[in-house]
Design a protein. Structure first.
Length: 185
């Protein structure tokens, strides 16, 4: 018998029920925080940095996320120094999302760790799981891109606007399209 909490299973990347009371309370807390954060548009970057540090696992110096912003829990997000996310980004952080120093992310980008079983019987039980996303340092992600669960993007990579990144991106590569493919010059 598995006596671990649904939250422990979630953080381990295993099948879990997001509707459990503990995760529902965590989500309610971040919703209240998001309301404060998303109403801070006129606040100084330094003030928003303090708000980010209230909710995220770690936040480097001069990290900045322009509101509106949305996430599932916040406590699984790590931002390096100088990370910038433009307006309207979404991070579904059921497991770890790590964004390296000086990475620039355009408006409307979605970073997704939440995934669902391929087996319809498991999906019918409302089970889900997560796979971590790692984005290296000095990466540039164009507006509207979608980063799918389990993807790693190497340092100095470029992701074209509107691209759907379904697999790992090598360091220094430029990827474009749906699904995103390495651009050959």
């Amino acid at each position: 018998m598995d006596n671990r909490s649904e939250k422990d299973k979630m953080l381990a990347g295993e099948l879990y029920l997001a509707s459990c009371p503990e995760l529902a309370a965590d989500h309610q807390r971040i919703c209240e925080w998001l309301e404060r954060y998303n109403n801070s548009l006129a606040a100084l970057v330094e003030q928003r940095l303090l708000l980010l540090r209230e909710a995220f696992a770690s936040v480097g110096e001069w990290a900045n996320i322009r509101p509106p912003f949305h996430c599932d829990y916040g406590y699984n997000i790590r931002l390096g120094n100088g990370v910038f996310l433009n307006f309207g980004c979404v991070i579904l952080d059921v497991v770890s999302v790590s964004i390296g120093a000086m990475t620039q992310i355009g408006p409307g980008v979605q970073i997704l760790t939440a995934d669902h079983p391929r087996d319809p019987a498991q999906r019918a039980q409302a089970l889900e799981f997560g796979r971590p996303v790692v984005i290296g340092a000095n990466v540039w992600i164009g507006g509207g891109a979608i980063i799918l669960p389990g993807v790693t993007i190497g340092d100095n990579a470029l992701v074209g606007a509107g691209s759907v990144v379904t697999r790992d991106v090598p360091a220094g590569a430029t990827v474009v399209g749906n699904p995103a493919r390495v651009l050959v010059r």
